[in-house]
Design a protein around this ligand. Structure first.
Ligand code: PMV
Length: 349
């Protein structure tokens, strides 16, 4: 019987608090600005991937949540080629190593959250895929080095190679060898930080992030201001606010950056709208909360869709969840949540 080699890994979903929006190289997924994210708890949202390979497998295959999925997209192929060449380099130095780089791969991936929910599933997906194959191939590369491979799959995936608070340094080099994720702080640095995920709408977005970014880069004047004069300063300030555990500063920068990113979308020609009326209601609620508290106790951020992530500290949980419950508590998904402490709620279907 031929031997099957196998390894499994999980990767968490990450939500950017300083947004990546714009590519300077679409093939290598090199960004026009550095970004920062907070990785969500693996208990809530994560992808589990098992990679196996054997000389008896006839082709590379990929299963996502039990369904066969194409593996021959340029981005997935780029990731597999990089991983195989790193393994081949190891094999060329040690004759005793099995020639896994020449075997076909079978990849099985599962999300512990609804894939269709419009959350950043591709980030966790590519990060888990790269980590599982790197483990299978026993590659010595560290998380930052592997993040450069994940980046080619989906830009934001590079940040899911780490837990906690993560920066993606845009880099300057044309070959992308300095465009990588690095840890700002581990999750236990700031355990009081909580995230409420508001799934406003779970239908697929009508403008993909890749085409949205290209339109913004090509047509928005505001975007030029954002990448030259706004984000570089914000990148330094947000990292400092995390290291200092300064929630008010972190929240202010997070809110401003979400606003700036969506303004650039609106400034694209033709304009792109990702937020809807429920999203705007959520923004008003967060503003109300902060006004009533007399300080910033909650921050919202929206990606390329209407869903919101609300960051707050544990000490303010009752205030934050209390108000959200009052406004959205009558909705089906909220009632179904096990308790108000649940971090995953469906607000609108
Ligand atoms: O990695 P992509 O191509 O799915 O783009 C992600 C873009 C945003 O989610 C809007 C921002 C970010 O930094 O994650």
């Amino acid at each position: 019987m031929t031997q099957i080699y196998q390894a499994s890994c999980t990767a968490p979903v990450n939500i950017a608090t300083l947004k990546y929006w714009g590519k300077r190289d679409t093939k290598l997924n090199l960004p026009t600005n550095s970004s920062i994210s907070v990785t969500l708890s693996q208990d809530d949202l994560r992808t589990l991937t098992t990679a196996s390979c054997s000389s008896s497998f006839e082709q590379d295959t990929l299963y996502l949540n039990g369904e066969p999925h194409p593996i021959d997209t340029p981005r997935t192929l780029a990731c597999l080629a990089d991983l195989r060449s790193l393994r081949a380099a190891l094999e060329s130095k040690d004759d005793k190593l099995p020639k896994l780089s020449t075997f076909k791969l079978r990849i099985v991936s599962e999300n512990n959250f609804p894939t269709a929910a419009g959350l950043a599933s591709s980030a966790a997906g590519f990060a888990a895929l790269i980590s599982a194959i790197a483990k299978l191939y026993e590659l010595p590369q560290n998380s930052s080095e592997l993040s450069m491979i994940a980046r080619k799959g989906s830009g934001s995936a590079c940040r899911s190679l780490f837990g906690g608070y993560v920066a993606w340094e845009m880099g300057e080099l044309e070959d992308g060898s300095d465009s990588k994720a690095v840890e700002v702080a581990p999750v236990n640095h700031w355990p009081e930080m909580q995230a409420l995920i508001c799934v406003v709408c779970d239908v697929k977005k009508d403008v993909s992030s890749t085409s949205g970014m290209q339109l913004t880069v090509a047509t928005s004047d505001l975007f030029q201001e954002r990448i030259k004069n706004v984000v570089p300063k914000r990148f330094i300030e947000m990292k400092k606010s995390i290291v200092d555990k300064d929630f008010a500063k972190f929240a202010e920068l997070t809110i401003k950056d979400s606003n700036s990113f969506h303004s650039c979308c609106l400034d694209s020609y033709p304009p792109i709208f990702y937020m809807n009326d429920t999203s705007k209601k959520i923004i008003k609620l967060v503003n109300l909360l902060n006004e009533a508290a007399g300080k910033i106790i909650a921050a919202y951020t929206f990606d390329a869709g209407p869903n919101a992530v609300i960051y707050y500290l544990k000490e303010n949980e009752n205030q934050v969840l209390g108000l959200f419950n009052k406004v959205f508590g009558h909705l089906e998904g909220w009632e179904k949540a096990e308790s108000l402490k649940s971090k995953f709620e469906i607000l609108e279907k």
